[in-house]
Design a protein around this ligand. Structure first.
Ligand code: NAP
Length: 517
């Protein structure tokens, strides 16, 4: 009998023993930076001889791993292996499949500090952010295992005289799983484990900025006893093999999380049947955000301040849920901004190997250039009040940046920057605040800080986002507690970590047998 699902708690790094354990793991992981990793196809290590390197964004030249890079030929091989494995895995008792996830969760708990360390190095998460990512990955495994048991129970159908009707959920087939680098363990684990536990087989193409973290899941599932071919691991450039993978006639579904541009492209390519394809491909697409926090004059301003700082600058603003628009009422505008600027300027910036640094690097050079470009645009669209430039060091460090008096419709207020850049807007009324909050093409997360019941009620009704928070930051969704997914251009509202999620990886079969009673 399984215990009911509970979220993992976070490691308390104020405890010396935990700090030492994390430190040791960081040292151990550093010793593995010269490893060369194969592709993993049909239970075999495969070498392509063409390499992709992954770097530490806190220390630009530092390689954290070298990966054999997949070509189209490897995509064909991986899909063939996944198809073969599907013919057995699809019939495996859902309980057995759930047990594999539960075993993987236990392994991940055992390797927690090590997985944190890979994230600290490979994507520049600070210790707390890395640990939250690992905790979320464990939660996904534990939650989806239990969910699969629920979906495999007898499903309610209406009785009818003379027939014995049933409804069962069955898997789809071979899926392409394409995650982003920004939650390199959690999102990759969530999408992959949901696909696997439902009886599908997977070709996993990790993001090119985080293949080392992704490889850890392959190791974990191997140790957990996942049969060969159920999970195939293909690091490679999305630009080079992505279209081919998505368009492949033997791919039944695509689970993607990433940018709006790539998500829309996948949507379009997957909609067009390839020669020999006999199904409509299913796409699960979670994309970008331009998320807003509203603070009204009745709010607890201390709590709001902390919430804005964490949401806007946590992991350098590189979360789909990050607050990139702050809407303040004019009565509190000057006071709140003054406090926000002071608090922002106290943020410690630097290599996240050192736990004293709260703000680390952005992911890579292209991202740094894009963010600096938006900062340049912002200088004409609002008033720069802090940051606005690179921070010193050998990583992609950008100072947390705030623009005040940004006008609705400005590019920095509308487009996803995906960095530590916050636009502040001033409003007079709550209606205006909601109108501005909703006036983007996205609809992922949002928060309201208020003690005014009327405002809270209005926001619950009219703030049009997939994940709305009241008097709480707009990042940090918990599996099971805050099923996660956005509206409009933020995606297909798949609600990862919610009770509907596994349905996206299943199809329902209705069977009715005529009986004499
Ligand atoms: P991205 O550039 O769209 O990449 C996401 C994944 O797609 C990567 O694995 C990438 O591979 C791959 N890819 C690129 N081109 C492809 C193609 N033509 N066909 C198939 N796959 C392709 O996004 P990112 O920079 O990794 O992640 C940041 C974005 O993700 C932001 O927009 C953020 O808001 C969004 N995000 C959304 C959620 C959510 O739940 N809504 C959560 C997290 C992140 P390569 O790395 O090899 O290019």
């Amino acid at each position: 009998m399984l215990e009911p699902f509970r979220n993992q708690s976070y490691i308390d790094f104020s405890i010396e023993a935990n700090r030492q354990a994390q430190d040791r793991a960081l040292e151990e992981v550093r010793r593995q930076f010269d490893r060369v990793y194969p592709l993993w196809i049909g239970g075999k290590e495969v070498e392509s001889g063409d390499f992709l390197k992954s770097y530490d964004p806190s220390d630009k030249q530092q390689v954290v791993g070298t990966f054999h890079r997949a070509s189209r030929q490897h995509v064909d091989q991986a899909i063939a292996a996944a198809e073969k494995a599907f013919e057995e895995w699809r019939w495996v008792d859902p309980k057995e499949r759930a047990i594999v996830l539960l075993r993987a969760a236990e392994i991940l708990k055992r390797r927690r500090f090590e997985i944190n360390a890979w994230m600290i190095y490979e994507v520049g998460k600070n210790w707390l952010e890395a640990d939250a990512d690992t905790a979320e990955a464990i939660d996904f495994l534990e939650f989806y295992a239990r969910e699969m048991l629920r979906y495999s129970e007898r499903q309610p159908v209406t009785p009818v005289k003379g027939e014995c009707p049933e409804l069962v959920y069955i898997p789809l087939g071979v899926g392409a799983v394409i995650p982003p680098w920004n939650f390199p363990m959690a999102i990759l684990t969530g999408m992959t484990s949901a696909a696997i536990v439902t009886g599908n087989t997977v070709v996993l193409k990790p993001a090119s900025d985080s293949p080392a973290v992704g490889y850890r899941l392959v190791e974990i599932f191997r140790e957990a006893g996942l049969p060969d071919g159920v999970l195939n691991y293909l690091p490679g450039s999305g630009g080079e093999i992505g279209d081919y993978l998505v368009q492949h006639p033997r791919i039944r579904f695509v689970a993607f999380t990433g940018s709006k541009e790539v998500g829309l492209r996948i949507n379009e390519l997957a909609a067009k049947p390839s020669p020999g394809q006999i199904w409509i491909k299913r796409t699960i697409l979670e994309m970008g955000g331009k998320d807003t926090i509203i603070v009204d004059p009745s709010a607890d301003l201390d709590a709001a301040l902390q919430g804005v700082i964490n949401s806007a600058f946590g992991f350098q603003g590189q979360k789909c849920s990050a607050c990139s628009r702050l809407i303040l009422f004019e009565d509190i505008y000057e006071e709140f901004l003054e406090r926000l600027i002071a608090a922002t300027e106290k943020i410690t910036i630097g290599p996240v190997r050192d736990p004293k640094n709260w703000l680390g690097p952005v992911i890579n050079q292209a991202s740094e250039a894009k963010i600096l470009h938006y900062i340049a645009i912002g200088k004409n669209e609002g008033k720069l009040v802090t940051g606005g430039e690179k921070a010193p060091g050998n990583g992609y460090f950008i100072k947390p940046t705030i623009f005040r008096d940004v006008q609705p419709g400005a590019r920095i207020e509308q487009e996803e920057i995906f960095g530590p850049v916050l636009s502040v807007l001033k409003v007079r009324t709550f209606e205006e605040a909601i109108r501005l909050a909703n006036a983007t093409e996205y609809g992922l997360t949002g928060s309201l800080y208020s003690r005014d019941r009327r405002h809270i009620q209005e926001a619950k009704l009219k703030f049009h986002v997939g994940n709305l928070y009241i008097n709480r930051k707009c990042t940090g969704a918990l599996v099971g507690v805050h099923p996660f997914g956005g509206f409009n251009m933020s995606g297909t509202d798949s609600k990862a970590g919610g009770r509907d999620y596994l349905l996206l990886f299943l199809q329902a079969k209705s069977v009715s047998e005529k009986v004499d009673y």
